[in-house]
Design a protein around this ligand. Sequence first.
Ligand SMILES: Cc1ncc(COP(=O)(O)O)c(C=O)c1O
Length: 472
Amino acid sequence: MSTPAESLQSVLTPSDQLAVTSDGDLTIEGAVAADLIARFGSPLFVFSEATLRANYRRARDAFAAVWPGPVNVMFAIKCNPNMAVRAVLHDEGAGGDCFGIPEIEATFAGGADPDKIALNGGNKTAEELERAIELGITINMDAAEEIDDVVAAARKVGKSVRVNIRLKVVPPEFEHFVSDAYLIDGDFRPTLQRWKWGVTQETAIAMVERLKGEPDLDWTGWHTHYGRMSARAEDYRAFQGECARMIGAVATATGVAPRVIDMGGGWARERDPESRSADAKGPPIEKQAQAVVGALRHHLEGAGLDTSKIALWAEPGRYIAGNAAVMLTSIGTIKSDAGYVWFNVEASENNLPAICKEGSANHVTVASGMHRKADAQADIVGPICIPSVLAEGLMVPADVVTGEPVAILDAGFYAEAEASLINSVPLPATVLVADGEAELIKRAQTWQEVFATQIIPDRLRRQDLGDNLWRG
Ligand SMILES: Cc1ncc(COP(=O)(O)O)c(C=O)c1O
């Protein structure tokens, strides 16, 4: 029978900043979990700055070790939209991927190097395109039809713009595809073909030919995005290999060599709750990098392209932020009935939707008294009106009491980005810990803010209720 400290130890990955004191308290980069809850409340997202920095560096080094040209690792801010997180990554030298005005502005809020930033998305508005051009960032175009819009925006702003073209990559190997994360089992190619993103090789050739005659648009290369579809290195290799085959074919057909290949995101972490396991069994980033770079070089160099002159871009979101955040919460009512024990906590499906909706298996642990034997079982459940089971049958010490802290690992995997307001529960605060010191980077919402955009039409207002929030 193991202790929570031993269970935690068995799932740690190199960049985790999680430790257990001799008293059994969980620490996150030196800050005691229970103290953080006492100071900032529960539930609480806690980021480790050292983990963010280490994840960025490891991804950068993994690609730089095998790619002969320059490497740009861009943080996909959609994964975690905290501006302070983005600022840490800019401080490290990371680029960024953004969609839409809010992500553009949040990417630049803590500093950004425009040469390392790309705007993605289909159906980009004139406002987005003009803002991107003003800031000098690359636009990854998703359709031939977008060229006219980018030309119009460049003329309006009076500035030229670098553009890439997003490719629709459908690897022949994906005829037989099994995902550990999604319900994809069988021929994945028709799905990839149907998804709205990217253009075919034929369209890509026509776009490059057209761009030769557009002086305001500086075509630099290609974009694609595999996503966290599976964690097998061979699937990354198949996807990026097919992408490189298309790139080589377009270069041969048009006579123009790319200067940039942006591979998108989807790089898996070793401890990867989306694989439906909390064990640390995923492929190391170095293995993913070797697999894709091997395939890229094979096809590109085979087509006569000089890879040392091509910059390789990657857009990791979950790889950088995934394990950098922990959600802390505390135990309220402990209920025993019907042969079960439930630890009611303040965190819920609102804050960690992937656990409940997508079957993500996050490591959950009591965060105090962690050297006690875990000799009992409890379900960890949130307070809202849907089951909100954060952990089922978790092994816990039998003498856990109300008020003890609980930690849920890997809360950086899109959790804040996908949070919901079911039951109108305000969004929690987020803190950033650096070397034991915690700073608030997002305060908790108030319940009034949850309703702040709502309006009761005058004809529905009750005159007899006196002043209340809605009379403003
Ligand atoms: C274009 C693009 N780039 C990067 C990402 C980040 O992906 P991940 O968090 O899996 O690395 C996404 C996620 O959807 C994306 O759509």
